[in-house]
Design a protein around this ligand. Structure first.
Ligand code: NAP
Length: 439
């Protein structure tokens, strides 16, 4: 029997489990660990609450989760409750699918001022991640600056713009919905250090900004390259740039009323410093010019008033004691998913925060291919490991309160039962509350 431990129950974790099942059928036992009592990682706490169709992929993970040779082992933090070395003794292969849950810092003066958040924290807040449920951002300000031109920046700008009615059918948590309802924001500036041709936003997601009830996107046409230059772009980005061109068309001035929000795209502006006494009051940006596609500062500094700043510039994996880490890349040090003997990584923990949910499927199959190669080469030896049985004994000896998949289904039912009308669930945002729901 081959025993595999997967750390992290997000997309990368479940696709890896699916791949292991396909590879070894009944001859493998898989334990999927999560530090939360609830599964699915980024599907639950990263994907925007108004993108329910993307969250639907969890049904596929459930099929994997319910098979006899896969267990969900929730509420266990690897590196705190159990060490990696202990897992390596118990399982033939340990695969880290822990994602990239930490914000990349801006590394700018003033970053510690109040009402500045990284997207991991801010997205975690509106998605009910227990670690960020208490964030309580001040939305009584006039202007927010969202730094970065990727899909996360779009999610954040859209969530800040929507009316209560537009959240119908979403699973945005009540604390966020209620606070957003009181928002006084009139302007959201999306800040990019490069130009329209260098955005990381995908067309479907960017197009959505054009269909909001009370917010309108605006692009300064002077920032747009010659239309003929778009022909050189790859089709996806060309489509996105098409949306930017649409946002640059004059709206006729009829739209903006007392409760409307302008979403303003500012290109060629690199964040330079955050200004304020206790709370952020402005952001200084340096105008840039592109040299070989890279942003180069011109020395021209501009100050933009901002009462709220959300930096959406990418994520880092959280290091685990004893696991080699690539500080520069912000992920585990690895070669094609191999870290050291018997220890692997997959998904964002392997390659950094890029791609869509679906990108993690080939990644999961890829890491299992490496495990299979190592197994065939005799890397795991002949000694039978204790696997899940051994872990259960360890957990009992330590008094760990392990949450099973069956337990999760009860938590899920309780979340469904308390959902507001039209919403799929009202998430518990506190670990103790989740455990209490188990009775
Ligand atoms: P991203 O796509 O890599 O975008 C990061 C943005 O931050 C880029 O515009 C980057 O600019 C900018 N940036 C980085 N460092 C900066 C700095 N120091 N100062 C100013 N700007 C800086 O990352 P993301 O938006 O966090 O998304 C992560 C992944 O999740 C992506 O693959 C994304 O597509 C995916 N995602 C998908 C969806 C969806 O499909 N609905 C939703 C959310 C996220 P440069 O290009 O100049 O470096």
């Amino acid at each position: 029997m081959l025993h595999i431990a997967i750390i992290g129950s997000g997309p990368a974790g479940y696709y890896t489990a699916e791949a292991a099942q396909k590879q070894w059928g009944d001859s493998v036992r898989i334990d999927i660990f999560d530090r939360l009592p609830v599964p699915y990682g980024l599907i639950r706490t990263g994907v925007a609450p108004d993108h329910q169709s993307i969250k639907g992929v969890a049904r596929r993970y459930e099929t994997t989760a319910l098979s006899d040779n896969v267990r969900f082992v929730g509420n266990v933090t690897i590196g705190r409750d159990v060490t990696i070395a202990e897992l390596q003794d118990l399982y033939d292969a340990v695969i880290l699918a822990t994602g990239a849950p930490r914000d990349r810092p801006l590394d700018l003066p003033g970053e510690g001022l109040a009402n500045i958040y990284g997207s991991a924290a801010f997205v975690g807040w509106y998605n009910g991640h227990p670690e960020f449920a208490e964030l309580d951002p001040d939305l009584s300000v006039d202007t927010a600056v969202v730094i970065g031109m990727g899909n996360v920046a779009l999610d954040v700008a859209r969530i800040l713009s929507k009316t209560r009615t537009e959240f119908a059918g979403s699973d945005i948590v009540a604390h966020a919905l209620d606070l957003l309802d009181t928002s006084r924001l009139r302007k959201i500036i999306i800040l990019g250090r490069r130009g329209p041709h260098q955005i990381m936003m995908t067309p479907k997601e960017l197009g959505e900004l054009g269909d909001l009830d009370r917010a309108r996107p605006h692009v300064d046409s002077a920032d747009l390259p010659e239309p003929a230059d778009d022909a050189l772009l790859e089709p996806g980005i060309r489509k996105s740039v098409g949306h930017l061109r649409r946002f640059a068309e004059p709206s006729g001035g009829a739209f903006f009323g007392a409760h409307d929000i302008e979403i303003d795209f500012r290109f060629f502006a690199a964040p330079h410093a955050l200004i304020g006494t206790d709370r952020v009051e402005a952001i200084e940006v340096e105008r840039t010019t592109l040299v070989d596609g890279r942003p180069v500062g011109t020395g021209k500094i501009e100050r933009i008033p901002a009462g709220l700043v959300i930096s959406c510039i990418g994520y880092r994996t959280e290091p685990i004691a004893g696991v080699p880490f690539d500080e520069r890349g912000g992920r585990f040090a690895n070669t094609d998913g191999r870290i050291v003997h018997g220890l692997y990584c997959v998904g964002w923990a392997r390659r950094g925060p890029s791609g869509t949910i679906g990108t993690n499927r080939p990644d999961g199959f890829g890491v299992i291919e490496k495990v299979a190669e190592d197994k065939a080469a005799g890397a795991f030896g002949e000694n039978a490991r204790d696997g899940g049985g051994g872990f259960d004994r360890l957990a009992a000896a330590r008094g760990l309160e392990v949450v099973t998949f069956g337990d999760w289904k009860r938590i899920e039912q309780a979340e469904t039962d308390r959902a507001r009308t039209g919403a799929p669930r009202e998430k518990f945002v506190d670990v103790a509350e989740m455990i209490r729901a188990l009775g």
